[in-house]
Design a protein around this ligand. Sequence first.
Ligand SMILES: Nc1ncnc2c1ncn2[C@@H]1O[C@H](COP(=O)(O)OP(=O)(O)O)[C@@H](O)[C@H]1O
Ligand SMILES: [Mg+2]
Length: 288
Amino acid sequence: METEASSKVKVLLEALPYLRQFYGKTIVVKIGGTAFKDPELLKSIALDIVFVEFLGIRTVIVHGGGPQIGSLLQRLGLESRFFRGLRITDASALEVVEMVLLKTGKEIVTLIELLGGKAIGLSGRDAGLFLAKQMGAVQTNGEEVDLGFVGEIVVTNPSVVSLLLKERLIPVVSPIGVDNEGTPLNLNADTVASRLAGSLHAEKLILMTDVEGLLDENGRLIPSLKSTRAKGLIESGTVTQGMIPKLTCCIDALDQGVRKTHIINGKIKNALLLELFTESGIGTEIKF
Ligand SMILES: Nc1ncnc2c1ncn2[C@@H]1O[C@H](COP(=O)(O)OP(=O)(O)O)[C@@H](O)[C@H]1O
Ligand SMILES: [Mg+2]
């Protein structure tokens, strides 16, 4: 006879192969800005993270903050403009970007702490984590667009992150870099997550966003694909806006030796656990 208690034990045992696979390994999880719009959702994501870390999986968090940056800019009467998913960042936007991102990072840290985990917030400015350079002007259809203080990562030095992981702290990384003159730069959070995953030799890169995963030209979810097909989807224009850096990042991470990358819907409750501990997983997985 199966009691409630024994069915709980069964669930635990079913997770054993995954626990064995991921124990002691590193995963990098990027949380998209939309998660911050719903405090309950964010709390539930933080709980999943605390749970996963207690299972012995070294977990690194990278977060975005697009909607929050957009709304503060709007309150200040400043406009948000994007180019291929990257926020065009002038000097006044840069100040807002950094303020909002650092605050957002600390919100995740606090949630993790309240739920019994140990977390620490940092950005690319700390301990030489991300040296970047200004992307500056880019050409598009013969037109020139100045991206301003958007940074391109030049050097990733993840030693501070490794140190924290060794101490069983959960690093919460805000996507800010610094150039060699000390000017902060706005980094795309997907790129930050991808570089971290690559440099830490992570087992997985998981990008949580606000859609089911990667959608094909008919709007249907692609559960699994290889990086060669992913490149084609960008070239054919099936993938646009913020999905471009996401997909590019997954391809880069795979090139850097990350075993698997995933684009999942962070709005699904316990999305992280569903991805890690179920056979089929959720969203889109991109493999080499
Ligand atoms: N082929 C595609 N499949 C899924 N989403 C796509 C695709 N092309 C463009 N997108 C857009 O990319 C968005 C996700 O990127 P973004 O807005 O930057 O979110 P995040 O805050 O998670 O980085 C989706 O909400 C969707 O509008
Ligand atoms: Mg984005």
